[in-house]
Design a protein around this ligand. Structure first.
Ligand SMILES: *Cc1c(COP(=O)(O)O)cnc(C)c1O
Length: 427
């Protein structure tokens, strides 16, 4: 893609962008009286303006109906979570029966591990990426311990090669082959939160299966960011949060995928709760757990309707925009950010800032991670002070995520201006 570092070019791109109108459907933060450039949708997405209306609707129903809202509200709360299923299934590429919105991400992963990490004395190893998101790493560590294994032996971490930032998929495949007989699970972030590297989940799943292991993914950074095909790729299980690219508010309800070949098997071991129990008989208050077929059979508790109302507002926007249309814009927008960044930085040869995210657009989404070399966190602090909201990951990486729903080409151009004036004054 050929780009230009000019306001006219950026504005022309915005004028031609079929997704541009969605920007107005979100609240854009104003901090210290200044409208900021928001590039942190990979951490907390912006608020859809429609969210308030969706929540108010349920607050009104609650005020009016009390407990009766469970059954006679316009969207009865007893089945409210079902309203989220079709759009969620489209986002991750699944059948509706394979998806449910429930719980929170790390909770859901632990529940899925109960069913899908069943180590034996011989097969107990988990292959995952080095420098995983800490919560996922704690998940693996405590799951291994829970089953009586030493995490240092059970967890095989695949790291980038010396002096590199990204993981070679060949190295993952080689490790799967090497540990084949002892392997229980391949578990990766579908997209690495730190570098923004998107993994070939289909290939990893296929290889895991060839070696008698299962494959699961944390889609925190992939869901709502890139199109996914969980069902077609034959992934065994996955979970994601909805407050990053899916814009549902901090800590809101998460999502879970179980492939139908497992979901249809109600004999699979799991931890039970009444919301996973046979829907028809849930209120008969019987003693014996009779799990529902499909992902819904992993639910524990009745659904948090207020949060789900916000998620519903957000998913309605995704459904209207279409994840493939958003991806088309995202490819252009991220490529523009890459261009602007490099164009500015090369004007300052003694300052080293380097993009560590894959340059191949197929291996990344809406995120560029920038490594600070010879500078430190004070650079990030200056960037924030200058009105660019990005995030800093210790020890030396800044992550910028231009979200195609609400970021514009002009945002990216303005970021370049800010970066330029910062670098001019640096040192
Ligand atoms: C954001 C994120 C989490 C957060 O977990 P919560 O349970 O939602 O607090 C976990 N894993 C990854 C990979 C993430 O990106």
């Amino acid at each position: 893609m050929k780009h230009e570092n000019t306001l006219a070019y950026a504005q022309q791109q915005d004028a031609q962008d079929p997704m541009a109108g969605y920007r107005e459907q979100f609240h854009h933060p104003v901090i210290d009286g200044k409208q900021v450039l928001y590039f942190t949708g990979n951490s907390l997405g912006l608020q859809p303006k429609s969210a308030r209306e969706y929540v108010n609707k349920e607050l009104d129903e609650w005020a009016k109906l009390g407990v009766e809202g469970h059954f006679i509200a316009e969207n009865p709360w007893v089945s409210y979570h079902e309203l989220l299923t079709p759009a969620s299934a489209r986002l991750v590429g699944a059948k509706e029966s394979e998806v449910v919105c429930m719980g929170s991400l790390t909770n859901n992963l632990h529940l899925l591990f109960v069913s899908f990490y069943k180590p034996t004395a011989k097969r107990f190893k988990i292959i995952s990426e080095a420098k995983m998101f800490p919560s996922d790493r704690y998940l693996l560590e405590t799951q291994a311990r829970h089953h009586g294994f030493n995490p240092d032996e059970a967890i095989i971490e695949i790291a980038p090669r010396d002096g590199e930032y990204l993981i070679h998929e060949d190295d993952i495949i080689a490790a799967i082959e090497e540990h084949s007989d002892e392997l229980a699970l391949v578990f990766f972030g579908g997209m690495n939160y730190f570098t923004g590297q998107l993994f070939d989940m289909e290939k990893l799943t296929k290889t895991a299966h060839q070696h008698g292991a299962l494959a699961g993914f944390d889609l925190a950074h992939a869901a709502g960011n890139v199109p996914l095909e969980m069902h077609k790729w034959n992934v065994d299980f996955a979970a994601w949060c909805t407050y990053k690219y899916i814009n549902s508010s901090a800590g809101n309800v998460a999502g879970l995928f179980v492939h139908e070949r497992h979901g249809d098997d109600t004999s699979i071991n799991r931890f039970g709760g009444w919301w996973g129990h046979n829907k028809e008989r849930r209120f008969l208050m019987e003693n014996t757990f009779d799990p529902m077929k499909g992902a819904e059979g992993w639910q524990l508790s009745n659904a948090p309707v207020m949060g789900m109302a916000i998620l519903r507002a957000s998913l309605d926007i995704f459904d209207e925009a279409g994840i493939h249309n958003l991806r088309a814009k995202s490819l252009k927008l991220t490529s523009y950010l890459e261009f602007i960044f490099n164009d500015v930085v090369q004007q300052f040869p003694d300052i080293k800032l380097e993009i560590i995210t894959p340059s191949n657009p197929e291996q990344r989404g809406a995120q560029l991670s920038i490594k600070l070399i010879g500078t430190d966190k004070s650079f990030f602090d200056q960037l924030t002070k200058a009105g660019v909201i990005s995030d800093f990951r210790s020890p030396d990486v800044i992550r910028l995520a231009p979200a195609p729903l609400y970021n514009s080409f002009e945002d990216v151009y303005q970021f370049g201006n800010t970066l330029h004036s910062l670098l001019s004054q640096w040192r």
